[in-house]
Design a protein around this ligand. Structure first.
Ligand SMILES: [Zn+2]
Length: 175
């Protein structure tokens, strides 16, 4: 059955039974601040909260199709200014949707929908993965490490992994 917003709202209603108030940032001790950054895919099979048994408040999670850090620089920097991330984990996964679509194909569809916007469409990037997953994870790590805007400590403590949907294993990518 296709999930609907109504179903989600019912689940939310049921979840309120166990809801406990969450701390404001101003109420956290330095040691309680989330310093872990996780970058991964938007794919509903690749859920970092499950993969790492994450608890509320432990980590900041960014999810974009493909899990490409290249799309997230501003977001990494804005929250880093508050939280001062000390570690980053990038997780991409087997059978990623970004290995199935091609940027050119997406653009073709957009040109049909909005022929007047050719210039804007041409400049769009969708994060297709054309090489190996290992190479793609490495691209994300290299991107962060190449940026003078990313703190050195975070660059040094960035690791990359490929999550296998079938076995559940995480394989670290050599960089
Ligand atoms: Zn994916």
């Amino acid at each position: 059955m296709v999930l609907t917003s109504q179903e989600l709202l019912q689940r939310h209603e049921a979840s309120l039974v166990n809801f406990e108030p969450l701390p404001l940032l101003s109420e956290l001790e330095p040691a309680q601040m989330p310093r872990m950054l996780i970058i991964t895919c938007a794919d509903p099979r690749c859920i970092p909260e499950n993969i790492f048994n994450l608890h509320t408040g432990e980590a900041v999670v960014y999810r974009v199709p493909g899990g490409n850090a290249q799309f997230l620089l501003e977001h990494v920097l804005s929250l880093d200014s508050l939280l001062h991330f000390t570690e980053c984990i990038i997780v991409q996964h087997t059978d990623c949707g970004a290995t199935h679509f091609r940027d050119d194909k997406v653009k073709e569809g957009l040109r049909e929908r909005a022929p007047d916007l050719e210039q804007q469409i041409e400049g769009l990037k969708f994060g297709e993965i054309t090489g190996s997953l290992d190479e793609n994870v490495k691209k994300s790590i290299d991107f962060l490490r190449a940026s003078a805007l990313v703190p050195e400590e975070l660059k040094a403590n960035t690791r990359g992994f490929v999550f296998d949907l079938k076995t559940g294993n995480l394989k670290e990518v050599d960089v």
